[in-house]
Design a protein around this ligand. Structure first.
Ligand SMILES: O=c1ccn([C@H]2C[C@H](O)[C@@H](COP(=O)(O)OP(=O)(O)OP(=O)(O)O)O2)c(=O)[nH]1
Ligand SMILES: [Mg+2]
Length: 150
């Protein structure tokens, strides 16, 4: 288990917490009320700043309940929090619902933070890449979407 130093920027807001012992994501809350019109996005504070250990990053993921019930997601999902970042963690929420406005209140759980170990890559330039079974096929090269026709 990695230790993450955390600073409460708003003493009245809770620290991130895992809802269940096996959960990967710790819930983050909104630092203020926010109302999103259909299609609108807003950057929302969470009231916390963290210091991750070197070799770690934290990823800001959407909550599936907000997505399924209200169409609310995160524009840049998952957002990347670098180990060296000391500012407030913020969430760029978006309302994908075509009709309904949605209001989230200060203290509501709006996203979840997944802390992960990450590798640094050394980029080695070559003129030809080694062959592979997939080759250059991508972006739907393995087939379509079953019976769906357009
Ligand atoms: O959902 C997010 C994504 C990022 N960040 C913070 C932490 C991260 O370390 C920093 C920069 O994020 P990123 O590198 O994704 O943004 P950028 O547009 O490349 O900005 P910068 O030029 O500051 O790197 O912003 C958040 O608070 N929430
Ligand atoms: Mg960046």
């Amino acid at each position: 288990m990695t230790e993450v130093l955390i600073q409460r920027l708003d003493p009245e807001l809770p620290l991130p917490s895992y809802a269940h012992p096996g959960d990967a994501g710790a819930d983050l809350v909104a630092s203020h009320d926010v109302t999103l019109k259909p299609g609108e996005r807003q950057l929302v504070g969470t009231g916390i700043a963290i210091a991750l250990q070197d070799g770690y990053a934290a990823f800001v993921h959407p909550r599936s309940g907000l997505a399924a019930k209200h169409g609310v997601s995160i524009v840049n999902a998952p957002g990347t929090v670098d180990a060296g970042y000391r500012g407030e963690i913020k969430v760029c929420l978006v309302n994908h619902d075509p009709h309904a406005e949605v209001t989230l209140r200060r203290g509501d759980r709006i996203a979840q933070l997944v802390v992960q170990r990450v590798e640094k890559a050394r980029f080695v330039e070559v003129t030809t890449l080694p062959g592979s079974a997939r080759g250059t096929g991508g972006h739907g090269s393995t087939g379509g979407f079953g019976d769906v026709t357009r």
